[in-house]
Write a protein that binds this ligand. Structure first.
Ligand SMILES: O=c1ccn([C@@H]2O[C@H](COP(=O)(O)OP(=O)(O)O[C@H]3O[C@H](CO)[C@@H](O)[C@H](O)[C@H]3O)[C@@H](O)[C@H]2O)c(=O)[nH]1
Ligand SMILES: [Mn+2]
Length: 666
């Protein structure tokens, strides 16, 4: 019986599943030398009597408490912990006014040292920060003074389901908003957060308690699960070292026990070695079903028991027995000691990354944890509560009144001074601009690009380039090639319109002697256009009938075929067009007319849009704009006529002269 004003460490057990945790916790505190008493709160409807019997072996007080269930557990599923439906039961701690002070510790914690100093804290309520949300405290370790005032207040909240996580931590943090924060070393939860490892290394020696938060606990993962070097593995190793100190069988004991099992059909309540079966049953890898066959090379000869993954290594461990356990009892967990070294080891020695599973291994299903659920035997019908918790208020979304859209911040420099886009008309933007001086690419400043403007360049592009091919100036070559061509020419019928009459010119090889690539065919060489002014009579579709009516009268104003001189007419047309053009020019105030590129020889007109590719020195200065348009002619040799060249009207093909032949031979 508790004396008034006792100090206790207390934990909570809601079912048998956490039994290994509660036992290891109690042993760890005792092993660490606490001077305080230990209490465990149990919900008797779900904790078995076997379990309570085990608890009583280590705990000073076994306190039955009423289960407090969260009837609105939705928030629990936010953290995927539906199993914590009864976590509100923790509130019963405040009811235990027989104690002066309680240091509550979750059953999934292990003491590395006994934090007895917490009983001397001046504050009424203390806890350590939670790793998930450090403003909050983790309710796995709490220093509290039981009192009925707090109890009823907390109970009222619990009954209304007030808890942001649906469990005790959410509730208690809403109640104790100004808690006394104690060091994280009193409730160290393993983490893989980047800052964690260096801090862990630094503060490691000061850790009082480790806490295995989450669904997985050391006793549900098995001994093999935490053999790495991470903080979690190290802390889980500490848990297992306590477990082994108190619940691990020595191999010699197990061998004896196996023999006994065979000989005397040992009872199932505790293993032959004295380790309670219920503890083994709830500890992953520890449970051995008595009387079943085993294929362990070591035990085979002496007993027939089934081996589970976790216990197989023990079966194969050399018979060091208690010596090895004592080595671990020093407090530092040494994985080496727990490592099996026997030759016949078939589970722990099997490295799945290196070899297939041993052929003599057991099916893993033998290892599955089992939970038994009983149907409720409570005959009272369900009665709805008088009042349900008020639905939360202010749970609508307020549509913002003013649009909150903000232009995104500029990324590129030109976004800052972007010019306003406007419509641009060519008339407005045509400006004469000197070309930009050449610039070192590295000196080019950031420029704000604008709509490019059309430039009229005051340049006669032809003057800046040589207009002939180099070989054009060598008469020998020209003459030779000219003669070759002469001989290849066929007879071309052309119309030559000198004067008013039409001369028929047969002009084989009548081409002037020039090899320039830019040459166009002369007028003589071009075939005549089939200009037909008056229709030519053809046989009528209606035959004679139509003919009887006589010929249709010729259209008025259309000259007869014989009167039509196509060359004259073309010349006329050209003149008229050129008149129209010059008229337009004077109307436009002398502005130049954009023109198509003209054939060779009709220089003098410069396209305003033409930008010559100038030589690098930028020879602009000596170029002047030209605004005259030379009138084309269709009557003379015209555009293709070359200076100093006489136009041959008639020419007979000749073989090359002796002189020309000489050139050929050289
Ligand atoms: O099936 C169960 C579940 C819980 N418990 C007891 O309730 C405690 C809390 O559950 P636990 O699994 O340890 O929760 P944590 O993973 O530690 O989760 C966090 O969130 C819980 C709910 O808020 C708090 O109770 C814990 O202190 C806090 O660390 C356990 O330690 C046990 O004492 C049982 O006995 N049986
Ligand atoms: Mn916990």
């Amino acid at each position: 019986m508790a004396e008034q004003g006792d100090d206790v460490y207390a934990t909570l057990l809601l079912n048998d599943n956490y039994l290994p945790g509660a036992l290891v916790l109690a042993h760890s505190l005792r092993d660490a030398g606490t001077t305080k008493k230990l209490a465990v709160l149990v919900t008797t409807d779900t904790v078995s009597s076997d379990c309570m019997a085990e608890l009583q072996k280590v705990y000073d007080f076994l306190i039955p408490v009423d289960r407090i269930v969260n009837k609105t557990p939705a928030n629990l599923f936010l953290m995927d912990r539906g199993d914590l439906h009864s976590a509100f039961t923790k509130i019963n701690l405040w009811k235990l006014s027989q104690f002066r002070r309680i240091v509550y510790v979750d059953a999934d914690m292990v003491a590395l040292r006994a934090p007895d100093e917490l009983f001397a804290l001046p504050q009424p309520f203390s806890a350590a920060p939670d790793i998930g949300w450090p403003d909050l405290f983790n309710s796995g370790l709490m220093v509290l003074n039981p009192n009925m005032g707090d109890y009823y207040a907390l109970l009222a909240m619990a009954q209304r389901g007030i808890s942001f996580d649906g469990a005790d931590q959410g509730l208690l943090n809403m109640y104790y908003k100004d808690y006394n924060r104690i060091s994280f070393t009193y409730n160290v939860t393993p983490s893989a957060h980047y800052q964690y490892l260096p801090a862990y290394k630094h503060f490691q020696s000061g850790i009082s308690m480790a806490h295995f938060i989450g669904t997985n606990k050391p006793w549900t993962m098995g001994r093999e699960a935490s053999k790495g070097g991470s903080p979690y593995d190290e802390m889980a190793g500490r848990w297992w070292s306590v477990y082994d100190r108190h619940f691990r069988e020595s191999v010699s004991a197990r061998l004896d026990a196996a023999e006994n099992e065979l000989m005397h059909h040992q009872s199932l309540e505790s293993s032959a070695t004295g380790v309670p079966l219920i503890v083994q049953y709830h500890t992953m890898g520890e449970y051995r079903i008595p009387g079943l066959t085993i294929s362990s090379p070591v035990l085979e000869s002496r007993s027939k028991t089934i081996s589970r993954p976790g216990s197989a290594e023990q079966a194969n461990e050399p018979a060091m027995g208690d010596t090895s356990l004592e080595a671990q009892g020093s407090g530092e967990y040494n994985p080496e000691v727990a490592e099996p070294t026997g030759t016949g080891s078939f589970y722990s020695a099997w490295d799945a990354s290196k070899a297939p599973p041993p052929s003599n291994s057991q099916p893993e299903a033998a290892n599955f944890p089992q939970t038994h659920y009983d149907m409720s035997s409570d005959p009272t019908p369900f009665k709805a509560p008088d009042k349900y918790p008020e639905p939360p208020k202010n749970m609508w979304y307020e549509v913002p009144k003013a649009p909150t859209y903000q232009k995104p911040a500029p990324i590129f420099p030109w976004e800052i001074n972007a010019p306003k886009p406007t419509r641009v008309f060519q008339e407005d933007t045509v400006v004469s601009e000197p070309p930009a001086p050449e610039m070192d690419p590295e000196e080019i400043p950031t420029v704000t690009p604008t709509t490019p403007t059309l430039r009229i360049l005051p340049a006669d592009p032809w003057q800046t380039f040589s207009q002939s091919n180099a070989w054009d100036n060598i008469p020998e070559i020209e003459r030779y090639i000219g003669n070759l061509q002469k001989n290849r020419k066929g007879n071309i019928q052309v119309l030559q319109g000198y004067g008013s009459g039409i001369e028929q010119v047969s002009s084989p090889g009548g081409r002037r002697q020039s090899l320039k690539l830019t040459d166009f065919p002369t007028e003589l060489e071009r075939p005549s256009l089939p200009v037909t002014p008056a229709p030519i009579r053809r046989p009528s579709f209606w035959g004679e009938e139509r003919d009887e009516e006589g010929e249709l009268p010729a259209a008025e104003g259309v000259p007869s075929q014989s009167e039509w001189d196509p060359t004259k007419q073309l010349d006329l047309l050209a003149r008229r067009q050129s008149d129209v053009l010059s008229q337009k020019l004077s109307l436009d105030g002398g502005r130049e007319i954009p023109s198509r590129s003209l054939p060779y020889g009709s220089e003098g007109v410069i396209s305003p849009t033409y930008v010559p590719q100038l030589p690098k020195d930028g020879g602009f200065s000596n170029l002047t704009p030209r605004t005259t348009i030379e009138q084309p002619s269709y009557s003379g040799p015209g555009a293709s006529f070359e200076k100093g060249e006489t136009f041959p009207i008639q020419e007979t093909p000749l073989p090359p002269s002796e002189e020309e032949k000489d050139v050929l031979e050289t």
